[in-house]
Design a protein around this ligand. Structure first.
Ligand SMILES: Cc1cc2nc3c(=O)[nH]c(=O)nc-3n(C[C@H](O)[C@H](O)[C@H](O)COP(=O)(O)O)c2cc1C
Length: 368
């Protein structure tokens, strides 16, 4: 099957991407005290050189005192960190790539295995990371307002630094997702509620503030997931109607692209159709969508965290869905983490040279 559909250019607002392949955001923890180093810039530059169309950075935290549980996760605030990011985007542009930071607030977290803790307790909608696990405080109205402003400031800084777009991390059980999920959002004020639509209020306020700060023409992406690391099979939306009630408010608030995170892109979202999450999101909203999850690999990323290796696999099913118009862009994580030249190898048919993925790739910034 032809992979030509992966190599068509893509244009939307500030995005002028040479192909449909996006590097998925992947936390690396190689930024001591939150400052991205020259080595981090070189790591992303190698991916731009290797023909990745759009790079999404690892999650990088906004200016809230307990936004992170890890001292080596990069900040997206402060003079030194932003200077580090300036090197990153300049390095990526020098090789013809495009890039956006994934701006992140982790919300209520487990303490990091390093023993490092932030200067104040974690904060979240109801102090909960998952049912029965509290590790921090419930956000006040003022905390919420300040956090919304901090997301807006980070997006404005992304634009000012020269990034091509910004991605809001609204997935995987972190702060914004803690507001979406009824099990972690027990609030009785305007940020809680029985319906998923009511629980989108925090996300929509974040999107509106970002839109206000970056203007109408800067591309804004939000990443979403049905699953949580503590609940693999969770579904925030059980039906297409519920999904519409979740996504439409985000679109109305001004987001351009829905990045639909799945563990395995080929899994249908609902019974009765083979459409995946990105397929449904596009069908329901008409917006640009990104799919992700085990593209080109045999095993999924939860397996990778458990130390499992994955072998290269066929792109036929991906191409079938892409040709059908299910989604616009395809994010690829571990293959590009492990091999900066993955895209070039795919484009030129050098499939025998594909590396797959093994856990050794996680402990370094792979440059070759
Ligand atoms: C080491 C690692 C770190 C990750 N960090 C993030 C992150 O910071 N933000 C995020 O949204 N997803 C993160 N993910 C999930 C990936 O973006 C992606 O959705 C997942 O790996 C599935 O894609 P893949 O099967 O192509 O690897 C991470 C995945 C890995 C393997």
């Amino acid at each position: 099957m032809s992979i030509d559909s992966l190599f068509r250019p893509f244009q939307l607002k500030t995005l002028n991407v040479k192909n449909r392949i996006v590097m998925a955001p992947m936390t690396r923890s190689f930024s001591p005290n939150g400052i991205p180093t020259q080595q981090v810039a070189a790591y992303y530059q190698k991916r731009a050189e290797g023909e990745v169309g759009l790079i999404l950075s690892e999650g990088t935290v906004i200016d809230r005192p307990s936004a992170s549980n890890d001292a080596n996760v990069p900040h997206f605030y402060g003079r030194e960190a932003l200077a580090g990011w300036q090197h990153v985007i300049d390095a990526v542009h020098a090789k013809g790539g495009q890039m956006g930071p994934q701006i992140w607030h982790m919300g209520i977290m487990d303490n990091h295995h390093s023993g490092w803790v932030p200067p104040v307790p974690f904060e979240g909608p109801s102090g909960l990371n998952r049912p029965g696990f509290t590790n921090g405080s419930t956000m006040t109205q003022k905390d919420i307002e300040d956090t919304i402003l901090a997301f807006g400031k980070a997006a404005a800084d992304a634009k000012a630094t020269g990034f091509d777009c910004v991605e809001i991390h609204g997935a995987h059980g972190y702060l914004i997702d803690q507001f979406f999920w009824e099990s972690t959002n027990l609030r009785t004020d305007g940020y809680g509620g029985k319906t998923l639509t009511e629980r989108t209020r925090f996300a929509t306020d974040v999107i509106r503030e970002i839109r206000k700060q970056v203007g109408p023409d800067f591309a804004v992406i939000i990443r979403l997931s049905q699953f949580k690391p503590s609940a693999y099979t969770n579904k925030l939306a059980e039906t297409p109607q519920e999904m519409d009630a979740w996504l439409q408010p985000l679109v109305d608030a001004g987001v351009d692209v829905l990045h639909c995170s799945q563990r395995r892109f080929w899994e249908p979202e609902f019974d009765g159709s083979d459409l995946n999450f990105a397929g449904w999101a596009k069908k329901l909203t008409g917006k640009t969508t990104i799919t992700v999850g085990s593209v080109g690999l045999t095993g999924d990323f939860f397996g990778a965290f458990a130390g499992e290796s994955s072998q290269p696999s066929s792109l036929d099913e991906l191409s079938r869905r892409m040709d059908r118009g299910d989604f616009d862009l395809v994010a690829v994580g571990r293959p590009i983490l492990a091999d900066p030249n993955w895209v070039t190898k795919i484009r030129t048919g050098r499939t025998d040279d594909l590396k797959g993925f093994s856990k050794e790739a996680l402990v370094e910034l792979v440059m070759e």
